[in-house]
Design a protein around this ligand. Structure first.
Ligand SMILES: [Zn+2]
Length: 272
């Protein structure tokens, strides 16, 4: 929670981490059939070509025996298929970073931090439950299972703690189960956020030119540069140079009153 101010730099590189699911099954369910299947395929192919093209006078291959290599080959292929089936858990890849939390299954569906309604932990299924809206403002909720995505779960919690602590509903006991976040996944560098065409989070005014937009580094809400509040609705504070003149003047006159008013406004707009 004390990490907010560190993020308030104007020009920053956007990035995210991409986490691939781990197989939730016993790894031997993958290794054993995988190894035997591979041997079967190898032996079958070898036997098939040997039987066909290198006839041996002493061991004539005839009838059903002639097809044995094909059975071995088919059996090996079935075992390989089983290994692949056990090995791929069917879970989506998860991306966590500046653009928010994203679910990647074929295409990428993103939930920006400022559209997150709640992040909670479901103990029995050991999964993180994320609810909110996607970039197109459609309701979006998903689970990130701890068994398939232990690193992503811990990373989401770490980022949410720094960016949107008010939306993180995970108690200390669950935090202990989730464990410390470790650098994992693959770090991807992203394009700068496109602000043209977005609407100011405070006034709904359309951002028509790139320099008009001021982006909250924590939640990526976009404000028009004429109406940047002292504090973003996520709770993160803007640097003095970014805060619009009107707000900054108020701040000097009666700092305490303005701070309270800001909090109320923040909460109100966060609910909206
Ligand atoms: Zn913010």
């Amino acid at each position: 929670m004390a990490k907010k101010s560190r993020r308030n730099t104007t020009k920053r590189q956007r990035s995210e981490r991409r986490f691939l699911p781990q197989s939730a099954s016993n790894p031997w369910l993958v290794r054993a059939p995988g190894a035997i299947g591979a041997m079967g395929i190898g032996a079958g192919v070898w036997g098939y070509f040997y039987g066909h093209f290198v006839p041996d006078e002493a061991h004539p291959v005839q009838g059903t025996a002639y097809n044995i290599p094909l059975f071995v080959l088919a059996g090996g292929a079935v075992l390989m298929a089983a290994a692949i089936w056990f090995g791929t858990s069917g879970e989506a890849a998860i991306r966590v970073g500046d653009p928010g939390i994203s679910v990647e299954k074929g295409d990428i569906r993103r939930m920006p931090w400022w559209k997150v309604k709640s992040i909670s932990f479901d103990g029995p299924s050991e999964s993180l439950v994320v609810t909110g809206k996607d970039e197109a403002d459609a309701d979006f909720s998903f689970r990130v299972r701890g068994r398939a995505h232990p690193l992503a779960v811990a990373w989401i919690v770490k980022e949410a703690e720094a960016r949107i602590p008010k939306k993180l509903n995970v108690d200390d006991a669950d935090l202990a189960r989730i464990g410390e976040a470790q650098e994992g996944g693959t770090k991807l560098v992203l394009e700068p956020l496109q602000v043209v065409g977005r609407r100011c989070a405070a006034t709904k005014k359309l951002i028509a030119y790139e320099p008009e937009g001021v982006v909250c580094p924590a939640c990526e809400r976009v404000y028009h540069k004429a109406s940047v509040p002292r504090k973003c609705a996520c709770g993160s504070e803007f640097s003095k140079s970014q805060v619009s003149a009107a707000e900054a003047d108020d701040d000097v006159d009666e700092p305490v009153r303005v701070a309270e008013a800001d909090d109320e406004k923040s909460d109100a707009s966060a609910e909206a």
